[in-house]
Design a binder for this molecule. Structure first.
Ligand code: TRP
Length: 331
């Protein structure tokens, strides 16, 4: 809680071009919290450097991710939108939390296991302790809810464990946060291999639909999506491709699986894929237009970034001083 309002916090890494998985699992839902929560949405550039980045690209993507927040409907006057490295308290609290996070816990994180397999030549300590930095992001703002996609649930669970462990020693130091996942769209699968998560770093471009893909590209990618030899649009075990397309359609339209089955009764996969592609393109079009406009106005983006960082730093400093005092640091 901050000033009697519950707090929502989430973050997105400025690495790679974001996909509809990021959109449906996280971004699209962020604006729903604005009215009822004090909201912080952070571009987590410090997380991004756990894998090697090209500096100019990181810089560009950091501004673009902030622009995307706004383009997805987050009003910068009602939400605190900022860049992680602009608020040094994140790094300071991360160090402290590292000292309350166990080697065994970090070793069990699936994202660490995946990323260290993919970047076997660079299994650095930052990649390993990344969840402690994520816990710092969340705990700094006494966060109540963390809207995320399914892949981040394990990290929020770990954050809860760290907070509870510290609260046992220093009562009521941190709010213990809850992860919140969307009902439909928490996990979007690859269009080329629907048993795998849709990943922004997939080498096969046909496997991923990006938030900034143009209309024709979106429709073409959906047309090529891998399905099965059945012909009936129905959600069932073993129909991973169709299940995924139905999940995407449900997340964009708010329709239930039964409604979708009824809508496409007696129609083939071709019709269904076109409908998913068109719906996706229609919904992303206004986001893309707004994004383009924002990116052309560097001064505006910079001003928002600065305002967000000042706001975030104010709240972050409060928690950090409280933590330092409790731990026995002279402040
Ligand atoms: N780890 C998240 C991801 O890779 C990004 C992230 C960093 C985050 N800090 C966060 C998400 C805090 C929610 C809350 O997607």
């Amino acid at each position: 809680m901050l000033n009697d309002r519950k707090v929502s916090f989430s973050g997105i890494q400025p690495s790679g071009n974001l996909t509809i998985g990021n959109y449906l699992g996280a971004l699209k839902n962020f604006p729903y919290y604005t009215e009822n929560y004090k909201c912080f949405y952070c571009v987590v550039d410090m997380h991004a450097i756990t894998v090697r980045q090209v500096p100019a690209e990181l810089r560009r993507r950091t501004s673009e991710t902030l622009a995307l927040y706004i383009a997805c409907g987050l009003d910068p006057d009602k939400n605190t939108l900022y860049v992680q490295s602009h608020v040094p308290a994140h790094a300071e609290l991360a160090w402290i939390l590292n000292c309350f996070t166990m080697f065994g816990e970090l070793s069990r994180m699936t994202q660490f296991k995946d990323k260290s397999a993919r970047h076997a030549d660079n299994i650095n300590a930052g990649l390993f302790t990344y969840p402690a930095l994520m816990a710092a992001d969340i705990l700094l703002y006494q966060t109540d809810v963390v809207p995320i996609g399914a892949d981040q649930k394990q990290h929020v669970e770990l954050t809860r464990n760290i907070a509870e462990r510290i609260n046992q020693i220093y009562p009521d130091l941190f709010t213990v946060p809850e992860p919140i996942m969307p009902q439909a769209g928490a996990k979007i699968m690859s269009l080329a291999d629907p048993t795998k998560k849709m990943s922004k770093s997939d080498e096969n471009e046909n496997a991923v639909v990006r938030i900034l893909d143009d209309r024709d590209t979106i429709i073409r990618k959906f047309r090529r999506a891998v399905t099965d030899s059945d012909t009936c649009v129905r959600f069932a075990e073993g129909k991973d491709g169709i299940n995924n397309l139905m999940t995407i359609y449900a997340a964009f339209t708010g329709k239930s699986m039964e409604e979708i089955e009824r809508e496409f009764e007696g129609r083939g996969y071709g019709d269904f894929k076109l409908a998913v592609g068109e719906t996706c393109a229609d919904q992303l079009a206004p986001v893309q237009a707004e994004f383009k406009k924002l990116c052309a106005d560097k001064a505006y983006l910079e001003a928002q970034m600065k305002k967000g960082a000042d706001e975030a730093a104010y709240y972050a400093r409060k928690t950090l001083s409280k933590v330092k005092k409790k731990l026995g640091f002279i402040i």
